[in-house]
Design a protein around this ligand. Structure first.
Ligand SMILES: [Zn+2]
Length: 372
C-alpha cells in the first residue's frame, strides 16, 4: 500500500534576489523534509517550492497578508501545510519582534529570516524555526527541550528531532487530518450537508478550538468595534422614544430581535471580513470547512459577549437614571426589556462599525495562534 502523502509547501513571499539567502532557504527546505521523513517514515513527505514575489525584500510586513498568501497557494497547489518565508521583518503583535508565527486554523506558518545569522548557521536556524512552527501546526505545545522549546532569540535555534512523545502526537494528528480528509467523496455533497458532517465528525475539537480563541475577549481587543456599540447605546439611553418603543415590545419580540441581531451581525462580519472566502476552490476541504465553522462560532460567541456587556452596562445606566423620568418615558418599569433592545441594536452597530475599521485586527486575532 502506498504511503499517505503529506505535502509541506514552501512559499517565498518577497522578491528576494540574494543568491546566498536563496541557497540557504533551499537547503533548509530539504533538511526539514529529511528530518520529517526520518521522524515519521510512514508518510511520504513532499516539500515543493513556489514563489510570489509581491513584496520588496526589505521593510516590515503584515503577517496577516502573508498568511492569506500562504492559504491561497496552499489551496491552489493542494498542499497540506504551507510555510511562507520572507527576508523581511514581521510586524509583531505581542512581542518586540517576531521570528515567525503560525495559524493552525489556516495550516500556514510564516518565517522571517531578517534577524537570523548568515552562512551555514543560517540554514540551521531556518530549519529549527520551521520545525518549531510546523510543530505548532501539527498541534504541539511548547516544551522544555527539543524543537518545541520557546524561541526567545535566534541563538536558541538549533535543529533537533522531535521527541518520541511529540512524534506520537504528530502521527495521531496527521492520521486524523490528512488520511481522513473528506475531499474525494465530498464533491457530490451540497454545502450544508458537508458543513454538518464536518461538525458531526468531531464536535469536541471544534468547540475546543473556538474556546481557544477566547471569543469573550473579542469586545475587549476590538476597541472601535465596541466603541460603535457604546455610542449607539448611550444615544439610545438618553432618547425617550427608544424607552417607549422598548416598553411597547412584547418580551418574545425582544428575544426574537436579539437572535436576529446576533445572527445578522455574525454573518455580516463573517462575510465583510472575507473570512468565509478563504480560498476560491470549488471542492470542499474538510480542514477549511472546519476553519470556517470555528471562525463563525467564534465570531458568534464574540457577538454574544458584546451583547452581554452592553446589556449589563445598560442595566447599570438604567439603575443610575432617575426612576420617575424613566417611568415617564417608558410608561412602565421597562429597564430589562430596554437593556435587551439596546444591546441588540448595539451589536448591529458594532458589526457595521467594526467591519469598516478593524479587518486586519480581527483576522490577526482569529488566525494567529503562535508568535515567537
Ligand atoms: Zn512557539
Amino acid at each position: 500500500m502506498a504511503r499517505p502523502e503529506v505535502v509541506v509547501g514552501w512559499l517565498l513571499g518577497a522578491d528576494l534576489r540574494d543568491p546566498e539567502l536563496l541557497a540557504a532557504y533551499e537547503l533548509a527546505r530539504e533538511r526539514v523534509r529529511e528530518l520529517l521523513a526520518e521522524a515519521l517514515p510512514e508518510f511520504e513527505w513532499k516539500s515543493p517550492y513556489a514563489e510570489r514575489r509581491v513584496h520588496l525584500p526589505r521593510g516590515g510586513l503584515d503577517p496577516v497578508g502573508l498568511l492569506e498568501m500562504g492559504v491561497d497557494e496552499k489551496l491552489h497547489r493542494r498542499w497540506d501545510f504551507a510555510i511562507v518565508i520572507v527576508p523581511n521583518e514581521l510586524i509583531p503583535r505581542h512581542r518586540p519582534y517576531a521570528l515567525g508565527l503560525s495559524s493552525r486554523a489556516l495550516e500556514v506558518a510564516v518565517l522571517s529570516t531578517s534577524r537570523l545569522s548568515t552562512g551555514e548557521r543560517l540554514v540551521e536556524e531556518i530549519t529549527a524555526l520551521a520545525l518549531h512552527f510546523l510543530g505548532h501546526l501539527f498541534g504541539l505545545e511548547h516544551a522544555g527541550a527539543g524543537p518545541m522549546r520557546p524561541v526567545l532569540e535566534p541563538g536558541d535555534l538549533v535543529p533537533e528531532p522531535y521527541r518520541p512523545g511529540e512524534i506520537a502526537q504528530i502521527r495521531a494528528y496527521l492520521k486524523r487530518v490528512v488520511i481522513t480528509r473528506l475531499e474525494e467523496e465530498s464533491e457530490r455533497w451540497n454545502a450544508v450537508s458537508f458543513y454538518l458532517e464536518t461538525l458531526r465528525q468531531d464536535p469536541g475539537s471544534v468547540f475546543r478550538q473556538v474556546l481557544e480563541h477566547a471569543p469573550w475577549r473579542l469586545p475587549l481587543y476590538l476597541g472601535r468595534f465596541t466603541a460603535a456599540a457604546a455610542v449607539s447605546t448611550v444615544y439610545l439611553v438618553i432618547t425617550s422614544d427608544a424607552w417607549a418603543l422598548a416598553a411597547s415590545l412584547p418580551p418574545a419580540g425582544i428575544v426574537g430581535f436579539t437572535l436576529v441581531a446576533l445572527l445578522f451581525s455574525t454573518f455580516f462580519l463573517f462575510h465583510g471580513q472575507d473570512l468565509g472566502r478563504l480560498g476560491h476552490e470549488r471542492t470542499w476541504r474538510e480542514q477549511l470547512a472546519r476553519t470556517r465553522i470555528v471562525l463563525f462560532l467564534t465570531l458568534g460567541l464574540g457577538m454574544l459577549s458584546l451583547w452581554a456587556l452592553v446589556f449589563a452596562l445598560t442595566l447599570a445606566a438604567g439603575a443610575a437614571l432617575p426612576r420617575s423620568l424613566l417611568l415617564q418615558w417608558a410608561g412602565r418599569d421597562a429597564v430589562l426589556p430596554f437593556a435587551g433592545f439596546a444591546a441588540a441594536l448595539g451589536v448591529v452597530a458594532a458589526a457595521m462599525g467594526g467591519n469598516l475599521e478593524e479587518e486586519a485586527e480581527i483576522k490577526a486575532e482569529l488566525f494567529i495562534d503562535e508568535e515567537d
